[in-house]
Design a protein around this ligand. Structure first.
Ligand SMILES: [Zn+2]
Length: 193
């Protein structure tokens, strides 16, 4: 039988999967995985806290309070279903040329990029190429907090201002008409600047 290489991440995941639906504080899991890792590999588990935080960031764990995390198999199941798989993510990035569709910044400009759901997951948005868009961290954050139309309106306000600066009459008029459409349909009328 082939001996499987055990990673620190595997050990953490194994522990949580053996203890589902329970609030587990760091001080419970950390010494155990460190001991287990030492026993299995003879090496020192470098930074379990960081590994746990990473699992949380990846959506594998739910944070209950500071240093306390919870593994819920149902949460993972629902979540994974609507997440972009690696192949779709790559297709989204490639279609958008690895640049944020709003500011056109990407890794070349030192910006991290994200595959974002145009229609959010919690509103039934599917994990398909057509529902994906590339956003930089900054615009991904704005999108998560403001939603798609709001993001669009803010973008056109910004574009309008820069068109005024450069005296681009055509672009000024275009932006103005788009912004008028927001008003016409009563979308995001609370945003004025
Ligand atoms: Zn951006």
């Amino acid at each position: 039988m082939k001996k499987k290489k055990i990673s620190q991440k595997d050990l953490l995941i194994e522990f949580y999967m053996r203890n589902p639906n329970r609030d587990i504080p760091h001080f419970e899991i950390v010494p155990r995985v460190m001991r287990e890792y030492k026993k299995k590999t003879g090496k020192v588990f470098a930074d379990p806290d960081r590994g746990i935080r990473k699992l949380y960031q990846d959506g594998f764990l739910i944070q209950i309070s500071k240093g306390v995390y919870h593994y819920d198999p149902n949460y993972i199941k629902n979540r994974n279903l609507e997440d972009f798989d690696e192949k779709t993510k790559k297709a989204i990035f490639e279609r958008d040329k690895y640049r944020c569709i709003i500011c056109e910044r990407g890794p070349k400009e030192g910006m991290e990029i994200h595959a974002d759901h145009v229609k959010p997951k919690d509103r039934g948005g599917k994990a398909i190429l057509g529902n994906g868009q590339t956003l930089c961290s900054q615009h991904n954050f704005l999108k998560k907090n403001f939603g798609q139309t709001t993001l669009g309106k803010r973008y056109f306000i910004k574009l309008h201002k820069s068109a005024i600066k450069t005296q681009d009459k055509n672009l000024i008029n275009f932006c103005k008409e788009v912004l008028d459409l927001f008003d016409k349909y009563g979308i995001d009328t609370n945003i004025v600047d």
